[in-house]
Write a protein that binds this ligand. Structure first.
Ligand SMILES: [Fe+2]
Ligand SMILES: [Fe+2]
Length: 182
């Protein structure tokens, strides 16, 4: 299996696991940039992070990278209306903590996964990422955000590929995903 196929397969496996165990499909209900949902954005960030580390020939913990990246924006609200609705003005600073709380309520996170989620907004948030996986997600997040903003329909193919998995997750009998081990 070549690297691209291996990466796509690994991403698909972790995505399906988190759809089942963390109720990750909920992130598809909220738009991130343009017409890209938080979930689709996280999938793109996960893939670009892997490509980045492999381009640099760096060893990394692929499972932790994928899980952290897939959960990095699991804050579960519409940030476009959140400020008006909740009076919270600091989405850019606070959403990593919201995502981390939502993720750890559903799955067990290791140190790398926590760092990926909590530090992905550096340098907006002051504490820098600690692991190479977190640095990769931090960089990939900015690249994907820019791409999504400039090209609103950029992930049409990606959405088509994952549509069946999203549909299954929407219709599965979810318990709300509380306190699952992953
Ligand atoms: Fe974010
Ligand atoms: Fe993000």
């Amino acid at each position: 299996m070549n690297t691209t196929l291996r990466n796509a397969h690994a991403l698909g496996v972790e995505l399906v696991r988190l759809l089942a165990k963390a109720d990750l499909i909920r992130a598809n209900a909220f738009m991130q940039h343009g017409d890209t949902s938080c979930l689709v954005h996280c999938i793109a960030v996960a893939y670009v992070s892997m490509k980045l580390l492999e381009f640099l020939h760096l060893r990394y913990d692929r499972k932790s990278l994928l899980r952290g990246a897939l959960l990095h924006d699991f804050f579960l609200y519409d940030w476009h209306t959140h400020r008006r609705a909740e009076g919270e003005r600091m989405h850019a600073f606070s959403h990593p903590t919201h995502a981390w709380r939502n993720a750890r309520a559903r799955v067990k996170l290791n140190a790398r996964e926590e760092d990926i989620i909590l530090r992905h907004m550096f340098p907006v948030t002051l504490t820098p990422p600690k692991y190479r996986e977190s640095v990769a997600v931090c960089i990939a997040d900015k690249l994907c955000a820019l791409h999504e903003t400039l090209h609103p329909s950029c992930y049409a193919e990606l959405k088509r590929i994952y549509a069946p998995a999203f549909k299954r997750a929407m219709h599965s009998d979810s318990s709300g995903g509380q306190n699952h081990e992953a």
